[in-house]
Design a protein around this ligand. Structure first.
Ligand code: OGA
Ligand code: NI
Length: 359
């Protein structure tokens, strides 16, 4: 018998072995009915949202109705929201509600599989580097772990996905990716027009949306949610992120004066945020915004972000159109895969990743 499974999990025993190495995940831990949070998950006081943060309940990120997306005022709201907040929600975006519901069901179906099924997609066992089941963000680099399990899938092709992604979720995930394609293009077209990029040709298309990664995130019920985080403060390394969340809530974004603003779940909506790659390509015109997820003491939460990215072998830097008026470049040209590697080799640390590209 597996000695780690046979040993009762107490606070001091082999939690990291059970959760991280043996891939039972925090879901496995949560389901053992643990009464107190293991010390590995206790975040420093300054990282806990409950104790020190300035939460502004009256503030809210913009909600944009995309039903008439070809009207100039819709484009204007998108660009204004991307400049001012870096985060907004869209409704009537054209992705069928059924597609969204199906991918949420598929996420639960995947995480409800027995641990040995999910473990087939861990770093050691996965049939492909592009599919990875794991926990926390970067356990080797983190001082305190994050209360989250995930399945991450890098999209290479329809064929590769059909062959290698977990059958519990692949059809629904592919449908969601395909279904969100038109809205991604519309958002990028609007954002590019404002910064003088009139046409998204093949080169620009590769830089803006040449690759995609989709994650299924699972945040199980946590015994002491106030002491830990679901995801620590970070900005995404994407061009844009399209996030589907369920009705539990817990995502916070950085507002003015160091405040945090909650992103309330709206049925049928998608949350959009600017990532570091777009901040770099727009020379800081659009900014990636720090965000974080709290842990929850009474409900399991899921979310499904699609990270719309440059291709790994693209060089990214400020677009010539943005610099045409004589604006000084704030960022140098960097190989996108180097940028992403830099992100993954450290723990979440707010907006620090972008320093890698600063001149
Ligand atoms: C992420 C993220 C937010 C959420 O996966 O990068 O910020 O609500 N997720 O799960
Ligand atoms: Ni994020």
């Amino acid at each position: 018998m597996d000695p780690i499974v046979a040993t009762p999990i107490s606070e001091s025993s082999n939690i990291t072995g059970f959760v991280v190495t043996n891939r039972n995940g925090v879901k496995g831990l949560s389901e053992m009915g643990l009464k107190t949070l293991p010390k590995q998950y206790i975040q420093p006081v300054e990282e806990r949202i409950s104790t020190v943060s300035n939460i502004l309940p009256q503030e809210s990120i913009p909600i944009i109705d995309m039903s008439n997306w070809d009207e100039p005022k819709v484009s204007e709201s998108i660009c204004d929201a991307a400049e001012k907040w870096g985060f907004f929600q869209i409704i009537n975006h054209g992705v069928p509600i059924e597609v969204l519901e199906n991918v949420k069901d598929a996420t639960h179906r995947f995480f409800n599989l027995p641990a040995e099924e999910k473990r087939k997609f861990s770093k050691e066992n996965s049939p492909s580097n592009s599919v990875r089941f794991g926990t926390s963000f970067s356990p080797e680099a983190e001082k305190a772990l994050e209360w989250k399990d995930y399945l991450s899938m890098f999209y290479v092709s329809e064929d590769e996905a059909s062959a290698l992604w977990p059958s519990a979720c692949k059809d629904q995930v592919l449908e969601y990716m395909g279904g969100s394609e038109p809205v991604i293009q519309r958002l990028l077209e609007a954002l590019m027009k404002r910064i003088n990029v009139k046409e998204i040709d093949e080169t620009k298309k590769s830089l803006l949306m040449g690759s995609k990664r989709i994650n299924l995130n699972y945040y199980p019920i946590c015994p002491n949610p106030e002491l830990t985080v679901g995801i620590g403060r970070h900005s995404d390394v994407s061009t844009l992120t399209i996030l589907l969340q369920d009705d539990v809530g817990g995502l916070y974004v950085r507002g003015n004066n160091d405040s945090w603003v909650h992103v309330p779940p709206i049925s049928g909506s998608l949350v959009i945020n600017v990532g570091d790659a777009l901040q770099i390509m727009s020379n800081g015109r659009y900014k990636s915004i720090e965000h974080r997820v709290v842990a929850n003491g009474s409900k399991n939460r899921i979310s499904v972000p699609i990270f719309v990215n440059p291709r790994p072998d693209d060089m990214i830097g400020p677009f010539p159109e943005v610099l045409a008026g004589g604006e000084k470049a704030l960022y140098k040209q960097v190989l996108y895969s180097n940028y992403v590697r830099h992100f993954y080799k450290k723990a979440h640390d707010g907006k620090k990743t972008i320093e890698f590209a600063k001149i």
